[in-house]
Design a protein around this ligand. Structure first.
Ligand SMILES: [Ca+2]
Ligand SMILES: [Ca+2]
Ligand SMILES: [Ca+2]
Ligand SMILES: [Ca+2]
Length: 248
């Protein structure tokens, strides 16, 4: 029961920074993670999807905004986030466990992580899980915020999203100006690249994802309601084409 109570305590601390034009920003604590680590840090506070207006099957856009210092006495930089959807808010308080999120659900493009490092830079083993994905921030500090992002389909049974700095040692992280956040917005089902419009680029991207049979193409289950079913078949293609023709 220890992990459950930790998770509940975490929810109480979740802070929604702002909601502007349907984009919700949720603060990300740079010294918490859902990844295995060699430290004694607190687990990630999961974001309740319903609290940010997100539902199963939504195509969502995720942006890493703000910056963080990834070492003591170092200026702030952008390294992006890793994130994983889950069917529950439970996270193991055992930092040395790799699969700390028992309800983890696959989404997006798998992101390799780690290995976890200790204070001296020595590895304490792999922290890679197969379900998580990367949330991009600006690729260089001079690039404007919000010009790079990640789009994913919210998988079947997802109720929470865990977000962590894409780091390997967390105790030395800080966010002096408190601007580190993940920005979440719901896209048109047909806007695959998340640029706000629907055109042939989106169609080409979807067809490639469909061909590859990835979770990114799991947009329906044959009910035409945009409910994923964990598989990719002709129903996903028909659902996408219907929305593409409708312009959204
Ligand atoms: Ca910052
Ligand atoms: Ca660090
Ligand atoms: Ca588009
Ligand atoms: Ca499907």
């Amino acid at each position: 029961m220890r992990t459950a109570s930790l998770a509940l305590a975490g929810i109480a601390m979740l802070s929604i920074v702002s909601v502007v034009h349907g984009q919700t920003s949720v603060a990300v604590d740079p010294v918490r993670t859902y990844l295995k680590n060699c430290e004694t840090i607190q687990p990630t506070v999961p974001i309740s999807l319903s609290s940010v207006g997100v539902a199963v099957g939504n195509r969502i856009k995720l942006v890493c905004v703000g910056d963080l210092a990834i070492r003591f006495n170092q200026s702030e930089t952008v390294i992006g986030f890793v994130a994983v959807f889950s069917s529950s808010s439970t996270i193991s308080s055992n930092n040395s466990t790799v699969a700390r999120v028992p309800g983890a659900l696959d989404a997006g493009i798998d992101q390799g992580t780690g290995p976890a490092l200790d204070q001296s830079g020595v590895s304490c083993g792999s922290n890679d899980i197969s379900q998580d994905f990367y949330i991009a921030g600006p690729s260089t500090p001079s690039q404007p915020q919000g010009t790079t992002w990640t789009t994913v389909i919210v998988p079947l049974n997802a109720q929470y999203l865990f977000v962590s700095a894409a780091d390997v040692y967390f105790s030395d992280n800080s966010d002096p100006d408190s601007d580190l956040a993940v920005q979440i917005s719901v896209l048109c089902p047909a806007d695959v690249n998340g640029d706000g419009g629907v055109d042939s680029t989106d169609l080409v991207l979807f067809l490639a994802q469909y061909d590859a049979g990835t979770a990114l193409a799991d947009v329906d289950n044959g009910s035409s309601t945009g409910t994923p079913d964990g598989g990719v078949d002709i129903n996903d293609l028909l659902y996408y084409l219907t929305h593409f023709e409708a312009g959204c």
